[in-house]
Design a protein around this ligand. Sequence first.
Ligand code: SAM
Length: 302
Amino acid sequence: MNLTNINTIKDLFARHGFSFTKPLGQNFLINPSVCPRITKAATAPSGKEGRREGLYAFEIGAGIGVLTKELAKICKKVICVEIDESLKPILAETLAGCPNVEIIWGDVLKLDLKRLFKEKFNVPAVCSSAEENEIIVCANLPYYITSPVIMRLLEERLPLKSITVMVQKEAAVRLCAPPGTRDCGAVSAAVRYYSTPKKLFDVSRGSFMPAPNVDSAVIHLDVRNAGDDVLGVPQSDEAFFFRIIRASFSQRRKQLANPLSSELGLQKEAIKNALSAIGLKPTSRAEELTLEDFAELYKIVK
Ligand code: SAM
């Protein structure tokens, strides 16, 4: 069954009485070249061409299973979370020939992902070496939960190799923006702390049914090993490090001394002195700091 053929899709919808639920970000891929391309990027060995067989894949949002089927061709096992149970009869039909796929019905933001991974992929809750990280995340993400999903996947230190996801084009630019640049925000800083992000390619709005009002892009995050302390921030204190970053970007146009004093109750003078001590202007704004600068600031503030 060709899941990017409009007549096939319309027939599926008519036979199973399915209609789109817009608030769930249901824009299904109908461009036949996109799913193979995302899958290829998701399954490539780090920094190399080709693909790795035998990976475990975690997908968010099956829709009618167009990406799920593509992943199932290459991966050992595909676990996919889908919130909309009205897709059940459709997926039962479209994924009938994929015994290595399991759909979990629920909200990805409410599931205990650590437990799910342990149960379904039979891996330790936290992996310490790259070799062990056999799990990839691959998805055409529902746009309304882009940042919370990515942050959950990263912050929980799940044993992931990489995350390859379709997001809105503007979100792709923001998520991949390096700290110290205009597009960077608290989420981009966090993404860069936990991974090496890269924007891969754009996907036009006409590639979806129904077509959204914006274009999209696919990004790839190469996830750091869970055992790594990054920039000298102990893992046990990451929450405080990110409080500083979030507070800094909460008023991004203002000098750092303002948001940090109002959000964290620190003395403005002390913050200005700390910025000078690490070689920055006391009048610096959040978007002028690199991740290394934030780490130095964290060490002094602490
Ligand atoms: N993978 C399919 C494709 O590429 O055509 C569908 C992608 S569509 C952009 C997003 C899918 O995520 C929809 O099927 C939607 O029902 C599902 N979804 C939305 N919110 C969700 C949530 N909180 N948890 C799990 N799935 C969700």
